[in-house]
Design a protein around this ligand. Sequence first.
Ligand code: SF4
Ligand code: FES
Length: 666
Amino acid sequence: MSPKVNLKIDGKVVQAEAGSPLLQASLDAGIEIPHFCYHPGIGVEGSCRLCLVDIKGMPKMQTSCTVPVKEGLDVNTQSDAVKKARKGVLEFFLLHHPLDCPFCDKGGECPLQNFTLDSGQFASRFEFQKTHRPKHQIIGDHIILDKERCILCNRCVRFSRDFTGREELQIRNRGAGSEIFVPENAQLTNGFTGNLADICPVGALTAREFRFKARPWEMKTVDTVCGECSLGCSAQVWRKEDKIFRMTPRIEPAVNEWWLCDRGRFSLDPLVGGERLQQPLIPGNGSAPQTVEETARLLAQEIRRVPEGSLAWIVDSSVTNEEFYQVKSLAKAALNGRVFAPVSRGGIEIWETLRKSSVRADFPASLDRAPTVLILGERLENDHPVLVLRLRRQVHFHRTQMVTIGGENMGFDDIEAGHLTAEGERLERVFHALDRIEKGETVPAKNKAEEIVWPILSTDQPLFVFLSEHVLSDPNIAAVKKWLSSAAQRSPRRISVALLLSASNAHGMLDQWSDRVRPFSDLEEEIQRGKVQGLLWMGRTPSTPIFDEYARGMRLFGQWVTRSGEAHPEAKWILPLDTFYEKRGTYTNTFGRVQRLRRSTRRIAPGYEPLTFLSALSALLGAATPKEAGAVYEDLAQDLTGYPKKVTEIPESTRTYAHYERAVWR
Ligand code: SF4
Ligand code: FES
């Protein structure tokens, strides 16, 4: 980070990082400078010419996005000359822009609309026929292109080229013939297309899912986190009355920066749409219980019939820290039960090793410092998608060297400095080689790929490693531990390792791990050995032959699901389960960051949300636990390091891109 310097903008003394764009310094200080092509997440382009300012000592107006901040700059963003020039630039933008604001989906959050209104120029002097271009062209699963609204700011082109690695959007032709285009019959295939609707400053790129559903001023927003993977991206959910219409990112430098992946952003429909289970179903029991209290009483009776020590509670990846705490308390109180969590044995061991090790990564600070990054064992686009955008940015703008080891296609072919294909048993050899490198030994290369990869990883410069839980199979664990131990001994600052856990809240569950909790993989074995006679399952059941065979013989089999069709055919008790859009609580992401989850819409089955229902059940089984998420959080956070003691003390970002821009426009 460069040192801070002092400058003056419109007479106000402002501090900003030397070398950063003057436009950004001004926006950070709350001083409006209209702009289109600059985006803090994508960088400087300098093509729209709207961000003009006067700078003392410079003979002509400057584009503020291209001027680096330095000590003593004296900037005027509001001189008559600047206002006149901006007005002229805007007039050119509007020459061919269609007058369809009343039905454009960007209405109410469109910078072009806002700047035009601010400039006070409402009449057009253009007397000729406007150029018309194709409208509402479907260019991907989630995006529609309206070519004639495009103002050629190039943000989408740069995002698709520099961040997704696929040059799917381009600008073709020159001068008045310039237009945004996607090659004939081609569609956007990258997994981040929803961001295009956020960054396009006009209504040229809009989200199919949101089109014509609601206006921004009609909706309320809720700050929450996405629960689709263990990154836990900061998000904002937009709802009108009880219906959720869209999810957009909050700016969170320590997690998702400016972005969301399509999987998270568009998870909405499958989660909250369709036939949701609103009442408990008790197959074979005639009628369902009428009240929540009655359901809890009947289920408590059933639980007491299960032999001591043979009740298994199973939680899926979406369980919150608070729900996990409740389940553990209940398991302890009722029949000495056990909890099975979706974390692998390897994940548990390496998480434990890293917890005590000096090589545990401090994310994102140690990633930002590292000139070399190793991705071990995972195609990030599938399991931790938004990390792809961060890493591609680092490679493009900071010249970070990237090495991947794992399957044939890790998704970085175009930018990686080296790749080793190594899966299954071959990975053990890789871990031994990494261990030798940490001991300062030279590893002989056995093929061309190794000739490239081993020297890069032997650097004395800081190295950041993303280690996927997928590669932590039993035979590898000893080799991984040996490597981590050598790395810690050689130089604690050289190597930083971040474990990428698979389940959304796996880190939170590991933080609360105890003798009572087991990895999910132990369940089958325990069932086979007859140690499980009752199952209470929160979430969808992965179907396995062993499980299907033994499920019928269980004395008790209850399952919480969002839709009845998701329950196992042998489940006798089927209870409604909230999605992460309806829950309150906290998730801890794979880097150990505790984050707040807020309820974004009404409860589908009042009284059956897990915390309330588990609290009612625990009262009947002699383990009184609070039902409010905040109170449960305070209980569980008491003994956990890194967890603020009150839920209101959890740090979180309140900024979104729209808020960021609107804050400086209005
Ligand atoms: Fe800019 Fe939108 Fe046009 Fe892309 S489609 S160049 S983001 S105005
Ligand atoms: Fe500065 Fe476009 S924002 S030229």
